[in-house]
Design a binder for this molecule. Structure first.
Ligand SMILES: [Zn+2]
Length: 172
């Protein structure tokens, strides 16, 4: 089995995330001469990182490769050691993540919206549209063929009538 690399030789998992969320309270990585590095692949850290992945979606793709990341002291303190940062995030996202009633209300609204959407708009499937066009063309073709047949029928009828007339004339 390969030896586990030392945590201090691995990049801090939050290093790439921080720059993407300048608005968040996420701290900048701290690079001190003497600091503790912790592996991201440790139970407490995994739990916290999993929670944070809700707020920082980039973390989701890193969850499978936690063994390649560590936590700098700053982020360990901010994210793993204390709950205040996560609690802050939860509070800020209260409407979405915490209040079950609000969630329920939103879900109902969403369902209703979906229903409305389904009733109001049925988006034309291009394949379906193509078939309708083809059927329309076929219909036109049949209609014009029908007209030709009608004309032929009229012609035949008139021929027949004139023949009858001739016969009547002959008989008389
Ligand atoms: Zn860091």
């Amino acid at each position: 089995m390969a030896t586990k690399p030392e945590a201090k030789n691995l990049p801090c998992i939050f290093n790439s995330i921080v720059s993407k969320y300048p608005e968040s309270q996420l701290a900048q990585c701290e690079i001190k001469e003497k600091q503790r590095w912790r592996h991201a692949l440790a139970e407490t850290a995994i739990n916290k990182i999993t929670i944070l992945a809700k707020y920082f979606p980039e973390l989701n793709s890193l969850l499978d490769s936690l063994e390649s990341y560590s936590l700098c002291e700053k982020h360990y303190n901010q994210v793993v050691a204390k709950d205040s940062f996560i609690n802050q995030l939860k509070k800020a996202n209260n409407l979405i993540f915490l209040d079950p009633k609000e969630n329920e209300r939103k879900r109902i609204k969403l369902n209703n919206d979906t229903c409305d959407f389904g009733i109001q708009v049925s988006l034309p499937d291009p394949e379906y549209e193509k078939q309708i066009n083809e059927l329309g063309q076929l219909n036109m073709q049949l209609l014009s063929e029908n007209k030709i047949l009608e004309k032929e029928l009229i012609l035949l009828n008139s021929k027949y009538e004139s023949q009858i007339n001739e016969l009547k004339h002959f008989n008389n």
